[in-house]
Ligand binder design. Structure first.
Ligand SMILES: Nc1ncnc2c1ncn2[C@@H]1O[C@H](COP(=O)(O)OP(=O)(O)OP(=O)(O)O)[C@@H](O)[C@H]1O
Length: 292
């Protein structure tokens, strides 16, 4: 008993517990958040290959230090500066993309996803949603390939110029007609702004995300590509399978149904609290459906 008492007296009681302040907790949260996003970014880009290469060089370096290989260590120390510059040059597109995404993101919304204090104007009418959903699943039923990009805050003007300007009121019939095989407008993407189809046959940037499934061709890569460089929502109908996918924020969700698509469109529309409640409910299904 005495021994236990002494143990507590000498060790446990005298242990100094570091003082943790709110700032420390905040710092831990920020570092965890940033580290998590850097790891996800590395995994989804060519940077993953680079990290693997750096690990190999690191092991080789440790080996050189351990065996005191002075010439190799001297070469290492002289070339490290060039190496960092070379990495920045080679990964310039990825770094630019990551910074663009950071700039586009509403940090406050990322941290507090339930915040909806701003009264937003509706982007398009419910009729537009109905027409888009109807056309999408009609096209899917007939296995007609389609690519529709719905503009949000970031303008699609740059991509509009690559296609044929239409500036027409949306209707399901028009959308179905545009993607009809062997017609002049069926190739490429349709761009939608508010209640109008602004252009067809538009060319979109292709994603070079290595994590995307190999079975996805250029239509899907183009859909993901535009969602990496803008905040748009893209609907993709596969000609091969008739499956409907949506791409947003560089991610693709495959095999969505009508209800899910409608909920996503209502989010873009910026509609009512009711839509938000449905979004929360449907959002739970998202992770189950997400297949990269
Ligand atoms: N960069 C691009 N921008 C816009 N549309 C594109 C682009 N690249 C390809 N497309 C469209 O995708 C079509 C080719 O689709 P492809 O079969 O390669 O893709 P996929 O993802 O396998 O789709 P699917 O499942 O429909 O076959 C082209 O005919 C064109 O309409």
């Amino acid at each position: 008993m005495e021994t236990i008492k002494n143990f507590f007296k000498n060790y446990v009681i005298q242990l100094s517990v570091p003082k943790i302040t709110i700032i420390d907790i905040l710092e831990i949260i920020i570092i965890a958040f940033v580290t998590y996003h850097i790891i996800i970014w590395i995994k989804n880009t060519r940077a993953w290959m680079l990290v693997k290469g750096l690990i190999v060089i690191g092991i080789f370096g440790l080996f050189a230090i351990f065996l005191r290989m002075d010439v190799i260590l001297w070469i290492f120390s002289k070339t490290i500066g060039f190496g960092i510059t070379a990495v920045i040059i080679v990964f310039q597109p990825e770094i630019r993309n990551a910074l663009e995404q950071l700039g586009r993101r509403d940090i406050f919304k990322t941290i507090m996803p339930f915040d909806d204090t701003k009264d937003r104007k509706e982007k398009f009418t419910t009729k537009t949603i109905n027409d888009i959903v109807k056309a999408t699943f009609e096209l899917a039923k007939n296995k007609t390939g389609a690519l529709m990009v719905i503009e949000r805050e970031v303008t699609l003007h740059e991509y509009e110029r690559t296609g044929i300007i239409l500036d027409s009121q949306i209707s399901s019939q028009l959308l179905i007609n545009i993607f009809e095989h062997n017609t002049p407008l069926h190739d490429g993407a349709v761009l939608i702004r508010n209640d109008r189809i602004v252009a067809a046959t538009c060319y979109l940037p292709l994603s070079d995300n290595m994590a995307l499934s190999k079975e996805l061709g250029t239509r899907h890569r183009a859909g993901v590509g535009i969602s990496e460089v803008t905040d748009s929502l893209t609907i993709i109908v596969s000609e091969e399978t008739g499956n409907v996918s949506i791409a947003a924020n560089g991610e693709i969700i495959r095999g969505v149904d009508g209800d899910y698509l409608r909920t996503k469109l209502e989010q873009v529309q910026g509609k009512s609290m009711e839509a938000k409640k449905r979004k929360l409910w449907k959002g739970r299904q998202k992770d189950e459906r997400k297949i990269n």
